[in-house]
Design a protein around this ligand. Structure first.
Ligand code: FES
Length: 258
């Protein structure tokens, strides 16, 4: 079968050169077998236009840096095969994040600030003993924590989120997932009330309007929908507990969703 000819219509804008306003630029190239968008963009940059900005590090869906809008959908360029797309491909930078230039955005600053807001570390009063043994947890608990650690911080979930487009303080699915990760960690000594303070607001679980595009577009297939439900159940139970007081029967703890 003859190779297809691809037209990559690519967003161009350099905030440091505002005289040249935002525009679309077309690049035409021959498709090669098993070509990915990352390969196509690299060929463009090497053979046609060295000024084209886009990010990549790992080329294997691990670092999360190559996310962009592909025909309007958030995807990883290194994981998207061109033969699964039409010959006309529109590329834009992820919305929501600060634009660095062309297809490159600054996801790192947002993820660092989010991690700070949700206090993304194990809170414990135990003193660190460098000679001590590692703290044990069951295999099931370890697997549940590991499952939520698989986020590569690409930003696809936030870019797909309608709430994030309307309010820039929204924690997004990535932030909520991070909270769930520590809430199920048996080493973290934060109370339900502590976690409620972090996510029990419109910038947290109550801001989600339930369209769940985050779940649809996560390139790592993380259980974002289940974690949102898990957080909402735990928040509801935390509220119920404080309402019914200690003398009533306590509602049953929801199980972590792998
Ligand atoms: S280059 Fe690392 S995820 Fe695509």
């Amino acid at each position: 079968m003859a190779n297809r000819t691809l037209t990559l219509s690519t967003f161009r804008y350099n905030p440091y050169d505002p005289d040249l306003g935002p525009r679309m630029q077309e690049y035409i190239l021959e498709e090669t077998p098993r070509m990915t968008l990352f390969t196509a963009l690299t060929r463009i940059r090497e053979d046609m236009d060295p000024s084209l900005q886009f990010d990549f590090v790992c080329r294997s869906a691990v670092c999360g840096s190559c996310a962009m809008l592909v025909n309007g959908h958030p995807r990883l360029a290194c994981r998207t095969r061109t033969d699964q797309l039409p010959t006309k491909i529109n590329l834009h930078p992820l919305p929501f994040f600060r634009l660095i230039g062309d297809l490159s955005v600054d996801t790192g600053s947002w993820f660092a600030e989010m991690a700070h807001r949700v206090e993304s570390w194990v809170h414990t009063s135990k003193a660190f003993n460098p000679d001590g043994e590692e703290e044990r947890m069951s295999n099931d608990q370890a697997l549940s924590v590991y499952e939520l650690e698989r986020c590569i911080e690409c930003g696809c979930c936030v870019a797909a989120c309608v709430t994030a487009q309307m309010r820039d303080d929204f924690l997004g699915a990535a932030g909520l997932l991070r909270v769930a990760r520590f809430w199920i960690d048996p080493r973290d000594q934060r109370t339900d009330a502590d976690f409620y303070d972090v996510v029990g607001t419109d910038a947290g679980v109550f801001g989600c309007v339930g369209l769940l595009a985050c779940h649809d577009y996560c390139p790592k297939n993380l259980p974002l929908m289940e974690q949102l439900a898990y957080l909402r159940r735990r928040i509801m139970l935390a509220s119920l507990r404080s309402a019914v007081g200690k003398k009533e029967r306590q509602p049953k703890e929801p199980e972590a969703v792998p």
